[in-house]
Design a protein around this ligand. Structure first.
Ligand SMILES: Nc1ncnc2c1ncn2[C@@H]1O[C@H](COP(=O)(O)OP(=O)(O)O)[C@@H](O)[C@H]1O
Ligand SMILES: CC(=O)N[C@@H](CCC(=O)OP(=O)(O)O)C(=O)O
Length: 292
């Protein structure tokens, strides 16, 4: 396509999304290498410079698991959530806050954006409490109660800090870590964090970057992309098992977000260069778009 046509196709979206908040959830599975991270950071900076207010919640599950392996600890997940003892919580903090957050912030800076790295502990952004005992079904059908340890659920989002940062032209980069009323650190699922903050700040879009082209009708067939879906259709797909594993918290997050004011939620392949730009600035977009 001619370069001038590309720019003209983008104009309605630049106008429509001017000053609008765009929440980008950058999943660990989409952080395939330095180039992919750099490209995502550059796209985020571009959104800022054309007048939007982007913000990033990052994950890092695979990197946390690799660090646990190196330290001789076996990662364990229940219902998509990491069983988190005290030592694991330290590893989670070290990887998310100490490594991934600073890498994203510096890449945004290198591309000319102003960015600040924070976690849910800063300014009590993510007031949380321990999730407590969770029921799971054993292979033999028995229902067991397990404690996920320092895994939290979000009780309240205090978004003042985010509003200050975005209105002063900063791109907030947020680690999915919460704080309880005694000041303890809790491990939160990054999809849930992105959705909760997106609703609280009235984001226009929630963009979830992962390692599949979008929601698939057949999880083994990347060609079976579902381009658009509404909440009731998604509930059916969860019920019949089409949506499973890590995709369940993602879709539940998207459903919650669009039911709580976010206009559209999108699941995209973050490994694909410029997937964010292709979604926002082209007529047909890419990935799966979810509406209420
Ligand atoms: N219907 C489906 N369509 C697409 N992916 C699915 C579906 N059901 C399950 N999945 C799985 O969900 C995964 C994405 O979730 P997850 O691994 O938690 O990603 P992330 O680390 O990016 O948050 C995909 O890699 C895929 O294996
Ligand atoms: C409670 C819980 O499971 N927390 C996650 C936090 C990181 C995350 O969510 O990363 P992705 O987005 O890459 O999956 C974890 O420990 O892996």
């Amino acid at each position: 396509m001619d370069i001038s046509n590309v720019l003209i196709e983008a104009l309605p979206y630049i106008k429509k999304f001017h000053d609008k908040k765009i929440m980008i959830k950058y999943g660990g599975h989409a952080m395939v290498d330095e180039n992919a991270m750099s490209s995502t950071a550059r796209d985020t900076v571009l959104l800022k410079y054309v007048g939007m207010q982007p913000m990033v919640v990052h994950g890092g599950g695979p990197e946390i698991s690799r660090s646990m392996d190196r330290m001789g600890k076996e990662p364990q997940f229940i219902g998509g959530l990491r069983v988190t003892d005290e030592e694991t919580m330290d590893i989670v903090k070290m990887v998310l806050v100490g490594k991934i957050n600073t890498e994203i912030v510096s890449k945004i800076g290198l591309h000319g954006g102003k960015s600040l790295g924070i976690s849910g502990k800063d300014s009590f952004l993510l007031e949380s409490s321990r999730k407590g005992p969770t029921q799971i079904q054993h292979e033999n059908g028995e229902i067991l109660e397990v404690d996920l340890g320092y895994v939290g659920k979000i009780d309240k989002v205090n978004s003042d800090l985010i509003e200050h940062l975005t209105s002063n032209d900063y791109i907030p980069v947020i680690s999915p870590i919460g704080i309880d009323k005694n000041g303890n650190t809790l491990n939160l699922n990054a999809d849930t964090v992105a959705g909760s903050i997106a609703s609280e700040v009235d984001a226009e879009k929630l963009i979830v970057l992962t390692d599949v082209p979008g929601l698939l009708a057949d999880p083994d067939d990347p060609e079976s992309l579902i381009r658009r879906a509404r909440v009731d259709e998604l509930r059916e797909l969860i019920g019949d098992g089409t949506i499973s594993g890590g995709m369940i918290p993602k879709i539940e997050t998207c459903i919650n977000a669009v039911e709580n004011g976010v206009k559209t939620a999108h699941i995209l392949d973050g490994r694909l260069n410029h997937s964010i730009l292709l979604e926002i600035f082209t007529k047909h977009g890419i990935g799966t778009m979810i509406r209420e």
